[in-house]
Design a protein around this ligand. Structure first.
Ligand SMILES: [Zn+2]
Length: 203
């Protein structure tokens, strides 16, 4: 199996996968969309919010913000040893803004300095002169198959019948760059194939 990158930008990667079966190409596509972990806000506790938007609306918007982070630093919360969140499985972000103007993604202050919004200027809401929003949010690692807010990428491919070359396009919709997403997905598939081979040998 061979991968040749044909085009690359910050958010999009195109490559040719040759010598693979349609089943593998499809598994790779699905893994990139649903299995590569990203970071997203899950819980929000409001102290102040007179923005005119309901807390639930603000929480939903916060949940859709993609973050760059180091996936290897964090456990999945449901696999963590803690009861309800700790430094190993949770990033806490604080927002406290007063006065008129736009509140943007980079106004969120994370406990982990490696965590940054993929698009810092993403508008969350607008405050009026006497406006005040103060909240604490918890972000956790998750997968696209659990909820769209954790989806790492859009991925698709085309191929000619009778040809074993698949033309892939991967567009990151998360804070991960597309090359990281492809590598991570290939690693995960290889792990699964390894486990499969082991279980076949043991049988
Ligand atoms: Zn934990």
């Amino acid at each position: 199996m061979d991968v040749t990158i044909t085009d690359e930008s910050d958010s999009t990667l195109t490559f040719e996968l040759s010598g693979a079966t349609p089943a593998f190409a499809n598994a790779l596509r699905r893994t990139m969309i649903g299995e590569v972990p990203t970071l997203a806000i899950e819980d929000v506790t409001f102290t102040q919010n007179n923005s005119g938007l309901f807390d639930e609306i603000v929480a939903h918007r916060l949940g859709m913000i993609p973050w760059t982070f180091d996936p290897s630093k964090y456990e999945f919360r449901d696999e963590c040893d803690c009861e309800d969140g700790c430094m190993q499985c949770t990033v806490t972000l604080v927002l406290d803004r007063e006065g008129d103007g736009n509140v943007i993604a980079s106004d969120m202050k994370p406990t982990d300095e490696d965590v940054e919004p993929a698009n810092p200027d993403t508008k969350i809401l607008e405050l009026k002169e006497d406006g005040h929003i103060e909240l604490e949010a918890q972000a956790i690692k998750g997968r696209g198959r659990d909820h769209a807010k954790w989806q790492a990428a859009n991925a698709s491919y085309s191929y000619e019948k009778g040809d074993d070359t698949f033309h892939f396009t991967v567009e990151s919709v998360s804070g991960l760059d597309p090359r990281t997403i492809v590598n991570h997905a290939v690693e995960q598939l290889q792990d699964h194939i390894g486990e499969f081979e082991e279980s076949v040998q043991e049988a």
